[in-house]
Ligand binder design. Structure first.
Ligand code: ADP
Length: 459
């Protein structure tokens, strides 16, 4: 019994058979205890009525009368004290009856053959067409004593129904077994399909398709499974893309470092060239270092909330500090910075949020035009603390806007190609903001700059 199908089918058929058996035993008990004595009593009354009638109506022809009784559905056996016997109605299958019983009835007693019929015989005993299974009463007619044995001709009443019932019962059993086998297959099939799909999934074979269209629990399970498989497929793709991006971003500074280090080794350059090469190598090392830092930060963010170090602190002071730290960069590009930072407290992880503001500010500087403007402001609304970073830089097209929060996404245009970057900054920003249960929005007409707004929930 290894497969679920066999287990289920065998259990169901077993339950059907056991309940059938129990129901039969129960009805048998009911018949033996209640119906049998009742039947006996009822038939005794009928037999006594017949005996009474025959005894009082001297004009009645005994044989005619008993024949008449037989035609309405009885089997009769009559014997007088001389031993003359006659049968009326359908013949008895088994005619044995002890002499004692006959003498007992001829002697004026009632014989309760129906009630005394053996217990071992199940309900079917009711149908036993035997002389023993009768009621015997004494009968007097025209001065002669008789013993009358009578039982309802159940076979007459039931013979056709009997066969019909037997057919019905047999058919019910066969049909229920067939239906159990079919319905079990219907129940178990999707599980087999799910198992196959799980196998495919565990071997990393995508896409995993399941043709299970059901509304029950298995249908729901199949739907969730398909959804999970799709997510895993996406994750797999993302992982591959991520690895190839990282490899590329690490490989290009490394080749550049190697190239310039080789040139320096040859020692044939002017002092000025050497300085330039060393500065390029330094820049590439810085790029690599900031890339690894960002990757480490992303990995920590991906670990989720347990990584958060929440506290309430003054947001406006943090923003001012960041602006001061970047003042030299702002001045270098001739950018004017305005800020409106009223005293505001916030509940969050200060070092993570520092990364958010720093990324948004450096982007506003990097992607700004010469002598452009930056406006940083805080706005407190009923539900949120909003932080705005508005610049007058190159702006963002609708196409780019949709993708800037993806990992490693960088706009590939002549305007952005010379600007240093990894394409990880904004994806880190949005992950941190979502970890704080906030959201980020970007507005830009594609020409005159962009505005990033971070919404953080108030506590
Ligand atoms: P990085 O700046 O390192 O390239 P980011 O994730 O910070 O990576 O930004 C992704 C892309 O979004 C940038 O390459 C740039 O094309 C665009 N972008 C980000 N901030 C701005 C901005 N303030 N103005 C115009 N474009 C921006």
């Amino acid at each position: 019994m290894r497969s679920l199908y066999v287990k289920f089918a065998v259990t169901t058929i077993g339950i059907m058979l056991i309940s059938g058996l129990l129901a039969f035993m129960f009805s048998n008990f009911y018949y033996q205890q209640k119906l049998k004595p009742e039947n006996d009593e009822k038939n005794t009354r009928i037999a006594l009525d017949i005996a009474d009638y025959v005894a009082t109506e001297e004009d009645v022809q005994l044989e005619h009368y008993l024949e008449h009784v037989a035609t309405v559905g009885y089997q009769l056996y009559v014997i007088d004290d001389d031993g003359n016997e006659s049968y009326f109605g359908d013949p008895f299958r088994e005619k044995s009856l002890s002499d004692n019983t006959i003498t007992h009835v001829l002697g004026g007693n009632v014989y309760h053959g129906i009630a005394e019929f053996p217990q071992e015989t199940f309900v079917t005993g009711f149908f036993a067409n035997e002389l023993k299974n009768t009621i015997g009463v004494p009968l007097q007619h025209k001065g002669t004593s008789y013993a009358l044995f009578i039982r309802p001709d159940i076979e007459l009443l039931f013979s056709e129904m009997h066969i019909l019932f037997a057919w019905m019962l047999g058919l019910t059993i066969v049909l229920s077994i067939v239906f159990v086998l079919i319905s079990t297959k219907y129940l178990v099939n999707p599980i087999a399909k799910l198992t196959k799909a799980t196998d495919r999934l565990s071997k990393g074979k995508y896409p995993v398709k399941l043709d299970i269209n059901r509304r029950d629990e298995i249908g729901k399970l199949a739907k969730r499974f398909t959804h999970m498989a799709e997510q895993l497929e996406k994750l797999d793709e993302m992982k591959n893309e991520f690895i190839s991006n990282i490899s590329h971003d690490i490989q290009s500074p490394l080749s550049s470092i190697k190239g310039y280090a080789n040139l320096l080794e040859k020692n044939v350059q002017s002092e000025e060239d050497k300085k330039e090469y060393i500065s390029i190598i330094n820049n590439e090392i810085n790029r690599l270092s900031s890339l690894t830092k960002q990757l480490l930060l992303l990995a920590s963010i991906d670990r989720g909330e347990e990584f958060l170090n929440m506290t309430t602190y003054r947001l406006s002071d943090q923003l001012k500090e960041i602006i001061i730290n970047h003042q030299w960069l702002i001045n270098e590009k001739g950018i004017m910075i305005h800020y409106s930072l009223p005293d505001t407290d916030i509940h969050g992880d200060p070092s993570l949020l520092y990364n958010v503001w720093e990324n948004l500010l450096t982007n506003a500087i990097k992607y700004n035009r010469e002598n452009g403007m930056i406006h940083v402001s805080i706005l407190e609304t009923e539900r949120y603390i909003e932080v705005h970073f508005k610049d007058e830089g190159i702006g963002l097209s609708d196409e780019v806007k949709k993708r800037i929060f993806e990992r490693f996404y960088r706009e590939d245009s002549s305007r952005t190609r010379e600007i240093e970057g990894t394409g990880l900054g904004l994806s880190i920003v949005s992950s941190i903001v979502y970890l704080h249960e906030g959201h980020i929005n970007v507005e830009s007409d594609g020409k005159t700059g962009s505005k990033f707004t971070v919404y953080l929930p108030k506590v």
